[in-house]
Design a protein around this ligand. Structure first.
Ligand SMILES: [Zn+2]
Length: 270
């Protein structure tokens, strides 16, 4: 092994030999995983996995039963496959006088762009040591530090404000499921249990749009009726307008009741 230089472990401060063309290495002294790119030394962190396959599936089912998903998706979806892996992400923390901000960028390609919205709870990062984990569950990063940094610059972040950059491995269960002949994918983040998906069998919006339009028409009609009644009983224009406003209130309430009931049944049906 040809040794170019020494690098300092960001965790224990020990000097390690820097091998040529090695981007990933383990500190020979404390076992921390280290990433090096053009002399930039980065620590690998890992986020604790708090879910097993069953509890992760439970979260997915609750998400499927939610208001944005098609009715009975939780009962009708057929899970065909579940994969568990640690997904690598570049983690940048910027600091200025007033605030701290965290930016995340996938360190490998993914079809689920929602993954960028993930929140990493403070204090959940643990130094990654290979011997404590099943290394085959870790996806190897292929987006290098340089590309992640230029992405950061493109999103308008001043490189000088970056106070910390790390590589973070986040545990996920990836579920594949079938619904009405179509295959879908959803991720359950195994630290918080949050569900991430780009596409899912969604509720049809058309009945709600029709309902919204009908609601406006009904209330407009009620307003016109109120003023007509107002002018029927009051000769004075001002008094007629005031009584029109007052008649509107009970009429609105009467109109709202069937609309709410109809909306409830539409929401249950679709
Ligand atoms: Zn070390």
């Amino acid at each position: 092994m040809e040794v170019l230089d020494k690098i300092k472990c960001p965790q224990c401060g020990a000097e390690n030999d820097l091998p040529v063309d090695e981007k990933f290495l383990e500190c020979a002294y404390c076992g921390s995983a280290i990433y090096i790119d053009k002399k930039k030394v980065v620590t690998h962190f890992v986020i604790a996995c708090n879910f097993n396959k069953q509890t992760a599936e439970g979260n997915l089912k609750r998400w499927m039963a939610g208001n944005f998903q098609v009715k009975d998706l939780d009962k009708l979806a057929q899970i065909s496959q579940v994969n568990f892996y640690y997904f690598p992400m570049w983690y940048f923390k910027t600091k200025d006088a007033s605030s701290e901000k965290i930016y995340l960028q996938p360190a490998t390609s993914t079809s689920i762009s929602e993954i960028k919205k993930i929140n990493i709870p403070a204090g959940s990062l643990k130094v990654f040591k290979e011997k404590d984990y099943n290394i085959s569950e870790f996806i190897v990063p292929d987006v290098m530090y340089d590309s992640a940094q230029s992405w950061l610059a493109q999103s308008g972040v001043n490189p000088d404000s970056v106070a910390e950059s790390d590589l973070v491995h986040i545990p996920f269960y990836q579920f594949y499921y079938n619904f009405k002949g179509q295959q879908y994918t959803a991720l359950v983040e195994a630290s918080s249990g949050m569900v991430y998906a780009n596409v899912w069998p969604a509720k049809s919006e058309a009945p709600f749009r029709i309902m919204f339009g009908a609601g406006i028409a009904v209330f407009l009609f009620m307003s016109v009726i109120s003023f007509i009644i107002g002018f029927m009983f009051e000769r004075n224009t001002e008094l007629a307008l005031v009584s029109g406003e007052m008649i509107k209130v009970p009429l609105y309430l009467v109109a709202a009741i069937p609309l709410i009931i109809i909306a409830y049944f539409i929401a249950k049906k679709v």
